[in-house]
Design a protein. Structure first.
Length: 437
């Protein structure tokens, strides 16, 4: 962990390097992916490279990226790691890699955290993945002051963008769109019951979104009870078969279906009976299936809100436009925060320089003081010693700055003179003596 406390000096470079769904096809991305089991050892391997001060790895289905601080400007050490980790030829992955130094690296991670670099603009999952990458780096002891601040900054900016733009307010997946439409009808899901028909990826994602929105009672129907039970177990639901739907339809406030059935699973008569049992409490139905799972005539019933996949596509297309507009706002927020972070990063150089100046002055002070103490010990005149000590201290402190001002070119001298007046708080009208130096 001690290596991660190294100071940031003027030669250190912040890097983001990797490939993603934009630059590389899936067959390349899967070759360089780092799974959870491999991640700790990969971080330690990189941390132990001499030029690397800090490092974190983000690896998802859409990207594998390394964030690091290097003691020089040579990012080839990371490229070599990409190839050696999976026994690949560098030429196989080089065409797909991108490298972002310093401010561009900061901008990149802020865009990643905010979902602006994702396949679907504004998707929130990558922020959780970035937080997991940060935790893994902390656990491996490969992250320190600089990257720690960078990751925390990215989390803060992502939250600000979510709060101050509408980038996350518009569903862009069918599952999410179905849930958000339901929220518009019912508002609060906490006291509602949902009937999910099917057990594929869309239904599973829908169940996840519903659970995140506070819905706790799910009935999951599938052709086989075993498949229903598998999904029901994951979401604390109640499993039934397709044949049991008519017996439970009246319990459902929300019905979302996505099966491969060639004929409708829910008919108008089934819904008429369910509505009577519900005493005309409204039911919201989203039929994602093609061919449709719900008989179209069922949508004519009072108290039935029936939407098809085409209805949702209209919502998704509109929301993608809204997200793109929000993304412009988000980019402006990010540009501002890149400046803030780089100002902080540059201040680290200032702090280390100030410390070096103080250390140098302290060394000179100790040298002059030791000489004075020795002379006092020999019984010399204290007043004379104090006068000479003050003169010696002044001369030693200004020796190096004075030499620098004398030895540089005239063009450089003008810049140094202006800087010296500022640093030593010399009034700007003290110019005559400068011309004679």
């Amino acid at each position: 962990m001690a290596r991660c406390d190294a100071r940031l000096d003027s030669t250190m470079t912040l890097y983001a390097l990797g490939l993603n769904h934009i630059t590389a096809p899936v067959e390349v991305r899967e070759k360089v992916a780092v799974n959870d089991d491999r991640l700790p050892s990969a971080l330690i391997e990189l941390r132990d490279e001499n030029a690397i001060e800090e490092v974190a790895i983000l690896s998802t289905c859409n990207r594998t990226e390394v964030y690091c601080s290097l003691a020089n400007d040579d990012e080839s050490i990371i490229v070599d790691w990409f190839s050696h980790l999976h026994h690949l030829n560098i030429q196989e992955i080089n065409p797909f890699l991108y490298t972002y130094p310093n401010a561009n690296a900061v901008k990149h991670i802020l865009r990643v955290a905010s979902g602006l670099d994702s396949m679907v603009i504004g998707e929130p999952q990558v922020l959780g993945q970035l937080k997991s990458a940060y935790k893994a780096a902390v656990d491996a002891g490969s992250i320190g002051h600089l990257l720690g601040r960078l990751f925390q900054h990215s989390f803060k900016v992502a939250k600000e963008i979510r709060s101050n733009t509408e980038i996350g307010n518009h569903p862009v997946s069918i599952a999410y769109a179905a849930v958000r439409l339901g929220q518009q009808i019912f508002g609060d899901f906490s006291d509602k019951t949902v009937l999910l028909i099917g057990a594929g990826e869309t239904i599973e994602l829908t169940a996840k979104h519903l659970q995140e929105c506070g819905l706790t009672r799910m009935i999951i129907a599938n052709r086989t009870l075993e498949r229903s039970q598998h999904l029901a177990g994951e979401f604390s639901g109640y499993a039934i078969t397709l044949d049991d739907i008519s017996s439970h339809l009246d319990e459902a406030d929300i019905v979302i279906c996505s099966t491969a059935s060639e004929t409708p699973i829910i008919t108008r008569p089934m819904l008429e009976s369910a509505i009577k049992k519900r005493r005309h409490k409204p039911v919201y139905i989203v039929d994602i299936a093609v061919p449709r799972d719900v008989e179209p005539a069922a949508g004519d019933l009072d108290d039935v809100y029936l939407y098809t996949v085409d209805d949702l596509h209209g919502v998704i297309e509109e929301n993608l436009k809204n997200r793109e507009q929000a993304a412009h706002q988000a980019e402006e927020i990010i540009d501002t925060h890149v400046i803030h972070f780089m100002d902080w990063m540059h201040s680290l150089n200032t702090v280390s320089t100030i410390k070096a100046i103080r250390d140098q002055a302290s060394d000179i002070q100790q040298e002059v003081l030791k000489s004075a103490i020795r002379r006092l010990g020999r019984g010399e005149d204290p007043e004379l010693i104090m006068r000479e000590m003050a003169r010696s201290l002044s001369n030693k402190l200004i020796h190096s700055p004075s030499s620098s001002l004398r030895n540089v070119s005239q063009e450089q001298k003008d810049d140094l003179l202006r800087a010296a007046r500022i640093l030593f708080d010399i009034p700007s009208d003290n110019k005559d003596s400068d011309k004679d130096q």
